[in-house]
Design a protein around this ligand. Structure first.
Ligand code: KG4
Ligand code: ZN
Length: 373
């Protein structure tokens, strides 16, 4: 079954053709990063205008690269939300128009469900994942810990209460005057930094909570920057701190970026391991642990999770031998950040390999609803 997926939830115009949920035949992404770098973040109106210009050529290219004709496509998948409503509507309108003109069914896909299935693209076959799996989704707008009991059988165990991890990376990069998007640049700068240079807070919330909160960490970074700037510029008055990143030396930025990244990785990985151990206590042994979403591209997060999972294996007692779960993250960085292959792949599973598919063409409106299904 070949599905053409369209993703326009934020600032990437993307289209992909995927066969049977996992075989990527084409994956075209028109990034708007350069456009939004000028403003240090996404301006929704600017993003929507760019989607309008790019969406048709991107769809045409994805279809051509897949070597196909419209006749070969069984269904159109589209991100229905959450995301920027003015961006989403470009994708859903195009999906609806194609649906009517080409007489194809539409499969609406939740953006985060798409990120979750990005790991299935690497699994190689439609039954390549093993369940139960524990999934950490870490994006610019969302953080969730999800127990995946099977394909299309999700239980949310924890979620973000304020800033998502990616958002924290973006805001800290802005404070340090490192540019946009923040995640890749912080991880690059942090390579030369000392992770222990700053004692930054780790917010674990109430005992046993699997929810996340990163807004306090972001404020702690800002306070360190203000302190440094005041100490080093005693004769200067700062009415507004928006430009102070420019006054920071590279070593200070590298140390603070590394300390910040470490705090985020500690909380994400500790909570994920806690979720795994909680399930184990209840008699559920997660066979796999997945990282998904833009922040899963972070090499330090991958490293920390790999080390912590290896330790789980060492916890094994003789009478209860437990095999450490398999850690998955999208091998290709383009499957971590927003892409349409994950949407076309997810659509296959969401529709139960086409069995639960509304066959008639349909008009799909974007939704701001955060419910996964
Ligand atoms: O999943 P995604 O592409 O979009 C949303 O659904 O929000 O995630 C984007 C986020 C951005 O905040 C970006 O800074 C972050 O992912 N990101 C990273 C890295 N690459 C992208 N964060 C940390 N390390 C990275 N290497
Ligand atoms: Zn995303």
């Amino acid at each position: 079954m070949k599905i053409l997926g369209i993703e326009t939830s934020c600032d990437e115009t993307a289209c992909s053709v995927v066969e049977d949920g996992v075989k990527v035949l084409s994956n075209v992404i028109a990034s708007q990063v350069e456009l939004h770098a000028a403003t240090g973040g996404v301006v929704p109106e600017v993003a929507a205008r760019e989607h309008i210009l790019k969406v048709v050529p991107v769809i045409e290219r994805a279809l051509a690269e897949a070597g196909g004709e419209w006749g070969d496509i069984d269904a159109i998948a589209v991100t229905k939300g959450p995301g920027l409503i003015s961006s989403l509507i470009i994708g859903t309108c195009n999906a609806s128009a194609i649906s009517y003109v080409m007489d194809k069914p539409v499969i609406p896909v939740h953006h985060i469900v798409g990120h979750v299935y990005a790991n299935a693209l690497d699994a190689g076959s439609a039954d390549g994942l093993e369940f139960p799996s524990l999934v950490l989704t870490v994006s610019g707008g969302h953080n969730e810990i999800i127990l995946m009991r099977g394909y299309h059988d999700f239980v949310i165990l924890g979620e973000t209460r304020d800033d998502a991890a990616g958002e924290a990376f973006d805001k800290v990069a802005r404070i340090l005057d490192l540019g946009y998007p923040g995640g890749p640049v912080i991880s690059k700068v942090a390579i030369d930094g000392d992770r222990e240079a700053f004692k930054l807070p780790r917010s674990y919330l109430e005992a046993g909570s699997l929810d996340f909160s990163f807004s306090g960490l972001k404020t702690a970074v800002l306070n360190e920057v203000k302190r440094y700037v005041r100490e080093n510029n005693p004769d200067k008055e700062f009415g507004n701190y928006s430009q102070i990143g420019k006054l920071l030396p590279d070593k200070f930025k590298a140390d603070l970026a590394a300390s910040f990244q470490e705090a985020v990785c500690d909380v994400l990985s500790d909570k994920l391991i806690q979720a795994y151990l909680n399930l184990q206590e209840e008699g559920t042994h997660a066979k796999e642990i997945h990282l998904a979403g833009g922040v899963s591209a972070n090499s330090r997060l991958r490293e920390v999770m790999t080390a912590k999972i290896a330790k789980l294996g060492a916890h094994v007692s003789d009478d209860a031998p437990v095999i450490a779960p398999l850690l998955r993250f999208p091998k290709s960085l383009e499957y971590c950040t927003d892409n349409a292959a994950m949407i076309a792949g997810a659509a296959y599973f969401v529709s139960d390999s086409g069995k639960r598919l509304e066959k008639a063409p349909s008009n799909i409106a974007p939704t701001t609803n955060f419910d996964l299904f």
